[in-house]
Design a protein around this ligand. Structure first.
Ligand code: AMP
Ligand code: ZN
Length: 112
């Protein structure tokens, strides 16, 4: 499949791996906007948050369990932000579901 993040999961495109298990892969964003900027993705190709349903939603709970684990391991005790961009107007540029995990600086709100 011609999907950038599927190719990162398979190793065809290199990435800086932070964490991996049977269900998910976590790696550094290539253009970080904070000192910590990870992307958490299901290994299964899910297009976007608009495609989550009762058959594939288990991985979403798992992603948030690993976010809490990484927050503890990687020193995010002062806080962090999880972002999902969905669809064109939502700012999604890679059509494989991913969550941005941002930390290490004061993050402003509301975001653009
Ligand atoms: P989004 O705009 O929410 O779809 O986020 C896509 C993210 O993927 C952006 O933050 C990009 O910097 C990031 N990205 C694009 N290509 C790569 C890559 N090869 N390795 C790591 N991150 C990437
Ligand atoms: Zn994919």
């Amino acid at each position: 499949m011609d999907c950038l993040f599927c190719k990162i999961v398979s190793g065809d495109i290199p990435s800086k791996k932070i964490y991996e298990d049977d269900l998910i892969y976590v790696f550094e964003d290539i253009a970080p906007t904070a000192p910590i900027h990870y992307l958490l993705i299901p290994k299964e190709h899910i297009v976007s948050a608009a495609s989550i349903n009762e058959n594939n939603s288990k991985v979403i709970a798992h992603i948030f369990e690993i976010i809490a684990q990484l927050a503890e391991e990687k020193g995010m005790e002062e806080g962090f932000r999880v972002v999902n961009n969905c669809g064109e107007s939502g700012g999604q540029t890679v059509m494989h579901l991913h969550f941005h995990l941002l930390s290490g600086r004061q993050l402003n709100w509301p975001a653009g």
